[in-house]
Design a protein around this ligand. Structure first.
Ligand code: AMP
Ligand code: MG
Length: 322
């Protein structure tokens, strides 16, 4: 066992991205952060210009040809949006921009404004042409938002970047999206230890420790971005059926999967399904493990052959469903 590691952090993608390596390799570190910056520049909708914003700006006017990479991610985002009972919706942009949750100027919008934006958030209308790799939003005001999927996609690419430098043991943490690569040299059983954050507590307060090897650990939680108004909490995951934040018994959901794209998609889908329907969905997807944290302080472990969990906070109760 070794106890040496090297951690590098940068503010990117609206969060702190950190990379933990076992050997000092500054070339690899530069390649990782440069890759994230380049991908963010293409995918973001929080700046006026990006490849995705060029599609959004052309809504109701004309299709826009995008790069193979952006077309690939948009194709996967559309597939996830059209899954049966999916609360994942990559056409949610007009509502995200209206609510501004997590950004300055957030407010509860007027009901008629929400209704108007809902009519612009239908993912099945978005036309993808795989021959010329173009994307067309047929109504003015439509907007793609890849916020629920981009970090997972980028984390998987970072694993490939590190492999080019012959690095096969590392952790990349994109604020809530953690990808562990290979096995850990720090523990006897070679599992990486990932903290599960306590909702609404300071960043260092943990509910427990998730132990995994070569897995992605992605959390979607209502405490990540939210605001309070009239004693009501409004968080950043929008119900595509109503246009309001999804309302259920969950505070967070963590998905343990082989790749981070799957984890990112399912964290959003399972959050929307809630614990009961989410557990049913996971019965059909045995390759995914999950941890549901409920507002009444239950922690439900599902398919925990993919991970181990140690409780640190005794005000919560743990149960397992296999
Ligand atoms: P995540 O933290 O992965 O669950 O992603 C949340 C982000 O995805 C939000 O900040 C929005 O940018 C976007 N988003 C919000 N609601 C949805 C939704 N229903 N489907 C897809 N993306 C969403
Ligand atoms: Mg997600």
């Amino acid at each position: 066992m070794t106890d040496t590691s090297f951690t590098y952090s940068q503010q990117l993608m609206g969060t702190t991205v950190s990379l933990q390596l076992l050997t000092e390799n500054l070339q690899a570190v530069a390649a990782v952060f440069n890759t994230i910056k380049a991908l963010e520049t293409r995918l973001t909708v929080n700046r006026d210009h990006s490849e995705v914003m060029s599609v959004n700006h052309a809504a109701g006017k004309h299709p826009v040809i995008v790069s193979d990479l952006v077309f690939d991610l948009i194709t996967q985002a559309k597939q996830a949006s059209l899954l049966p009972n999916s609360n994942f919706n990559f056409a949610i942009g007009p509502l995200v921009k209206l609510w501004k949750i997590g950004f300055s100027g957030h407010t509860v919008p007027a009901a008629d404004a929400i209704a108007e934006k809902l009519s612009l958030s239908n993912p099945s209308l978005i036309e993808l042409n795989k021959h010329d790799k173009s994307v067309y939003l047929p109504k003015a005001g439509m907007e793609i938002d890849l916020g629920a999927i981009a970090k997972g996609y980028i984390a998987d690419i970072i694993k490939l970047v590190l492999a080019q430098y012959d690095i096969h043991q590392a952790i990349i943490n994109c604020g809530g999206n953690v990808l562990t690569i290979g096995c850990s040299p720090f523990t006897i059983d070679k599992h990486w230890h990932i903290g599960l954050k306590k909702p609404f507590a300071d960043a260092s307060s943990l509910l427990g420790i998730i132990e995994v090897q070569d897995k992605s650990v992605v959390t979607s939680g209502i405490y990540e971005r939210y605001f309070m108004q009239n004693n009501q909490l409004y968080h950043h995951i929008i119900n595509p059926a109503t246009g309001y934040p999804l309302d259920n018994e969950l505070e967070s959901i963590t998905v343990i999967s082989d790749n981070s794209l799957t984890g990112d998609i399912y964290s959003t889908i399972l959050y929307g399904l809630g614990s009961q329907k989410g557990l049913e969905e996971l019965n059909r997807r045995r390759h995914i493990g999950a941890i549901f944290v409920t507002k009444d302080k239950n922690i439900i472990l599902k398919s925990n052959q993919h991970f181990q969990f140690t409780l640190l906070d005794n005000s919560y109760q743990v149960c397992s469903k296999n």
